[in-house]
Design a protein around this ligand. Structure first.
Ligand code: ATR
Length: 275
């Protein structure tokens, strides 16, 4: 049977084995999907052993996405611009590195949440790996403007400079959080890791347009600090990143198997369990 896995450190908490098992059942694909714990200094060795034992592909999670990028012998455009790889596929030509995180985010926004991005004002909070991974798919969705705001302003400028060549019809800005005062946005996406420490980026009042969506790439059993702050600011449309997790998995599954699973039943199942 074809073997796949998610590799990370730690890995016990990963929902990927359950998500992919559900996709395989639903699409009638014969495959095994497991969780692989790699030692912090043993990513390449663990991947090599898995591949030599017949493994066909891997999802890659913290802290190995940069090592996976370096290991790939060829990369998709979205992996190249993200500078990180979350999906490896082994084939006769070597190791393909892809990054499905940004596509998963855009699909969750546009298809699941019915939140169009085209011609709208998008604010992306953060300038680390999560923000970088989302930028190309967000720009390809054709927003009117994309503003990247970060605590450390220089990182926001560096990232917008790096992506300006992909911004064809979109106005791309870099900002501090305070510098957002007086502007309004239709879609605000939190790609900072602030929610991990139960903090929310300090956003000025009045930045949410009427009917704006506030989205946090993080998720958990209780509402994230960012979503709580957005709710307190009067935002009515709120979403955490559970849908993004499932959509990035579906995108990897489609790359490996050539079949796109239905995500709605899997999302509903995981949502019930989180509650
Ligand atoms: P990730 O891979 O999750 O993006 P990262 O590359 O370490 O992690 O980036 C973390 C991001 O969250 C950065 O944009 C960071 O801001 P700085 O560039 O100023 O460090 C942001 N961040 C982390 N904690 C934050 C907080 N408490 N408030 C605001 N931004 C925060």
């Amino acid at each position: 049977m074809d073997r796949y896995a998610v590799i990370g450190h730690p890995i016990a908490h990963s929902k990927s084995p359950r998500i992919h098992a559900a996709f395989a059942r639903q699409t009638g694909q014969q495959l095994e999907y497991e969780a692989l714990l790699a030692p912090l200094d043993g990513f390449v060795d663990t991947v090599t052993q898995f591949r030599e034992a017949g493994g066909r592909g891997l999802n890659v999670t913290v802290p190995f996405k940069l090592e996976a990028f370096a290991l790939a012998s060829r990369r998709t455009d979205r992996a190249a611009t993200a500078g990180a790889v979350n999906t490896l596929m082994f084939d006769a030509d070597g190791i393909l590195g892809d990054n499905t995180d940004g596509a998963g985010l855009v699909r969750d926004l546009v298809a699941n949440l019915q939140c169009p991005l085209a011609r709208r004002r998008v604010l992306l909070l953060g300038a680390g790996g999560a923000a970088r991974g989302a930028l190309l798919p967000l720009l390809q969705a054709g927003p009117a403007s994309l503003t990247l705001a970060n605590r450390t302003e220089a990182k926001a400028h560096a990232l917008t400079d790096a992506f300006r060549q992909y911004a064809a019809g979109t106005t791309l800005h870099a900002s501090t959080f305070a510098g957002l005062a007086g502007q309004q946005f239709d879609v605000v996406i939190n790609a900072t890791s602030a929610s991990l420490s139960a903090e929310a980026p300090p956003l000025p009042a009045g930045i949410y347009a009427p009917d704006a969506l506030a989205y946090d790439m993080m998720y958990g059993s209780s509402e994230t600090a960012y979503l709580r702050a957005a709710r307190d600011a009067g935002v009515k449309h709120l979403s955490d990143g559970l849908g993004m997790l499932i959509e990035q998995a579906a995108e990897s599954f489609a790359l490996w198997r050539g079949v796109r699973p239905h995500t709605a039943p899997v999302l509903a199942e995981l949502r019930r369990e989180l509650a």
